[in-house]
Design a protein. Structure first.
Length: 87
């Protein structure tokens, strides 16, 4: 495991987050701060994000607009955080 690989994978997730997966923005904001010297815990968080992508790839992204034209979207920020892997 190298910082270069961690950086590469994080950049790929950043690309997805910017173009098709705004629900990843919280993870991306953390992962991208760790690219120079990722710890074992950072690798676990990256792996968790990749598993989240795999599990949710078929879920639609739902955007809503208020009456004044403001677009809203919702994020489940606690994906599989409990020991039984449930949110």
């Amino acid at each position: 495991k190298t910082a270069e690989l961690y950086h590469h994978l994080t950049a790929m997730i950043l690309y997805l987050g910017k173009r098709t997966r705004p629900d990843l923005q919280t993870e991306i904001s953390f992962l991208s701060t760790r690219v120079k010297e990722p710890t074992e815990d950072d690798w676990k968080k990256l792996g968790h994000t990749i598993r989240y992508l795999s599990v949710t790839k078929e879920l639609p992204l739902t955007l809503e607009a208020t009456n004044d034209g403001v677009i809203q979207w919702w994020v489940d920020a606690s994906f599989a955080v409990h020991p039984n892997m449930r949110s």
